[in-house]
Ligand binder design. Structure first.
Ligand code: NAP
Length: 303
């Protein structure tokens, strides 16, 4: 039986694994996709203490190797449900069932979609949710980035160094992301802000050819683009746990700074919990807190 099963190998989950292993607990990390979580797609991190610049990929890889070298077991399986039998929990994946004393949910969130009818069929044919993964395909071409948070701003900055032109489309006239990046974008000749505007249609034949945007006065405009990078935030993926764990009305797992859920022995860390600040450093911090709480829970049971 594992002491702690951690769901998710992003920053919160891998930090939890490091702390739990340093407390000599038997740890399994389960990840449905690839390690690293959201940060792996960030071109350049400038706000993590002690790193003035590091790519999301390098950061995530260092973290993964650190957790692994400390003895955390890591399996790439999708968690489908969790059963709580008091002192023993069962974590069922698409391949196996694992028993454990505690669970840390660090399953993060997924990209929010625009919700347009042909959006899904255009993924890989002009529509992308990851500038660092797909940006190179658009070298010398025209792209749009949609969103006003740090992801959209950093994507636009990254893409402006590769493509001919970037339209940054945002639904308000003020950005949510950091001002320094907005200022830097304002200095780039090949970046055009399209503010107070929402994308209402994706025009495509075999691949994306243009986007239709509507401003807040209802005026429509068509912008010819080869690619569209959608960066309009993230939504939690907690449906599989909803029967057992309390979620808020937006689908986040209800927990305070101690990372306790409503179920004794089940903790939550990172973006999937209710919190005000979703940053890399707070995800790491949650991982440490959740692991310490899980260790305390196990040791108190042992007496
Ligand atoms: P975010 O901060 O939630 O921003 C989402 C943006 O998309 C907002 O500007 C929002 O507009 C817009 N939006 C939401 N729904 C929309 C819709 N249906 N149609 C059009 N626009 C829509 O998301 P994020 O940029 O992915 O960042 C997530 C978290 O990670 C944030 O806390 C962010 O600071 C953090 N992050 C940090 C870094 C870094 O520090 N280096 C890098 C990346 C991300 P409104 O502004 O009008 O709400």
């Amino acid at each position: 039986m594992y002491d702690i099963v951690i769901v998710g190998a992003g920053t919160a989950g891998l930090t939890a694994a490091i702390y739990a292993r340093r407390a000599a607990k038997k740890v399994l990390v389960l990840e449905a996709k690839s390690y690293g979580g959201q940060i792996i797609n960030t071109p350049d991190i400038e706000n993590y203490p002690a790193f003035d610049h590091i790519s999301g990929f390098d950061f995530a890889t260092k973290l993964y190797k650190q957790a692994e070298s400390l003895g955390a077991e890591i399996e790439f399986e999708k968690v489908e449900s969790i059963e709580d039998n008091g002192d023993e929990k069962k974590v069922k994946t698409d391949e196996n069932t694992y028993t454990c004393k505690t669970v840390i949910l660090a399953n993060g969130s997924e990209n929010r979609k625009l919700g347009l009818s042909n959006e899904e069929e255009l993924v890989g044919r002009g529509v992308s949710y990851c500038a660092t993964c797909d940006g190179a395909f658009y070298k010398g071409k025209i792209v749009a980035v949609n969103g006003g948070g740090n992801t959209a701003l950093e994507d636009a900055l990254y893409l402006s160094g590769i493509v001919k032109k970037v339209y940054l489309i945002h639904r308000r006239d003020e950005f949510r992301g950091h001002e320094t990046v907005v200022d830097e974008l304002g200095k780039r000749d090949n970046v055009e802000f399209v503010l107070n505007s929402t994308i209402t249609k994706l025009n495509a034949d075999k691949k994306l050819e243009s986007v239709e945007v509507m401003d807040n006065d209802g005026n429509k405009r068509e912008i010819a683009v080869d690619g569209l990078f959608v960066a309009i935030g993230r939504v939690p993926e907690n449906e599989n746990f909803a029967k057992l764990i309390n979620l808020d009305d937006k689908g986040y797992i209800v927990a305070g700074e101690d990372c306790h859920t409503n179920v004794p022995g089940i903790f939550v860390a990172g973006d999937s919990r209710t919190k005000d600040v979703r940053q890399l450093v707070t995800a790491a911090s949650d991982g440490a807190v959740a692991a310490e709480e899980a260790v305390k829970f196990i040791n108190e049971k042992r007496g």
